[in-house]
Design a protein around this ligand. Structure first.
Ligand code: PMP
Length: 291
């Protein structure tokens, strides 16, 4: 495996960064998880825009133009001869001293890893997930806005641990006011009387690339889509529920906090969207090889 690191492609064993890197010391950095399907990178420009927006929000100047970064992603896939892959693109504040001051980190660290995609078991897509809501609240928007996809994922990890303690493969997080926000690594949707609803990002959710794509596909199918606040009550009494994310794609949820969702099976809107999303992902995206 060859990893892109600060302008070079190096073998995995040599892809090392300093213990003084503030990405490691403080989670001071930003990242993207991107996917390629059958030789095309899915929504590459959307991921790059989000990366640069995240960096801007934390006043981190990425030392590459967006066009160069796009080439880094494509070249990492080419060097590793990958067509279906998961790509992790990371920019950290770089090496500094032991203090917090980002101005003491003159050179951001940039790396890109492309690996084979590890898929969720197909069973989850057929039968749906049984998940829970957890006590840890999603980061307060005015403290660390979850729209910033930063390396600081402890909020999500705490929720993940709580989900695992309840034997759940994902965990739904609420915000400090008790509204449903998102999962530890996925966005959440419900369907009620044919209307598709997902929380607006301003309450503290990441603006998921998959989320946006699914909303577009649903609208194209004539489904009414609303970004709307809802509580656990609306979640429990929804007709259908599903999650979206780069790794998960669209995945049904059939139980939340031991309450069956709808009739306890993946619902018709969910199944249609899974299908539409898979077809879309296979046929759209930036070609890796014939450029
Ligand atoms: N929310 C969180 C907290 C995430 O980490 C992710 C995964 N990046 C998502 C939602 C889903 O976003 P996307 O569809 O862009 O992968």
């Amino acid at each position: 495996m060859l990893v892109y690191l600060n302008g070079e492609f190096v073998p995995r064993e040599e892809a090392k960064i300093s213990v003084f890197d503030h990405g490691l010391l403080y989670g001071d950095g930003v990242f993207e998880g991107i996917r390629s399907y059958s030789g095309r990178v899915f929504k590459l420009d959307e991921h790059l825009k989000r990366l640069y927006d995240s960096a801007k929000a934390i006043m981190l100047r990425i030392p590459l133009e967006m066009e160069e970064m796009r080439e880094v992603v494509l070249e990492t896939l080419r060097r590793n001869n990958l067509s279906d892959a998961y790509i992790r693109l990371v920019v950290t504040r770089g090496e500094g001293d032991l203090g917090l001051d980002p101005d003491k980190c003159p050179k951001p660290t940039v790396f890109c890893i492309a690996d084979k995609i590890v898929l969720y078991p197909e069973k989850y897509y057929r039968e749906g997930l049984r998940i829970v809501t957890v006590p840890t609240r999603r980061n307060y928007v005015e403290a660390i806005n979850p729209r910033i996809k930063s390396l600081n994922y402890l909020n999500n990890i705490l929720a993940k641990i709580e989900g695992k303690l309840a034997n759940a493969p994902e965990a739904i997080m609420l915000n400090s006011e008790g509204y449903v926000v998102e999962c530890t690594g996925d966005n959440v949707f419900i369907v009620k009387r044919g209307v598709l609803k997902t929380p607006p990002v301003y309450i503290g959710a990441l603006e998921g690339v998959t989320r946006n794509c699914v909303m577009d596909l649903a609208r194209e199918m004539g489904i009414e889509v609303r970004e709307e606040l809802f509580t656990r009550y609306e979640l429990y009494t929804s007709d259908e529920c599903f999650l979206t994310g780069t790794a998960a794609e669209v995945i049904p949820v059939v139980e939340v906090d031991k309450r069956p969702i709808g009739d306890g099976k993946p619902g018709p809107v969910t199944l249609k969207l899974i299908d539409a999303f898979r077809r879309y992902a296979q046929t759209h995206g930036t070609p890796i090889y014939d450029t």
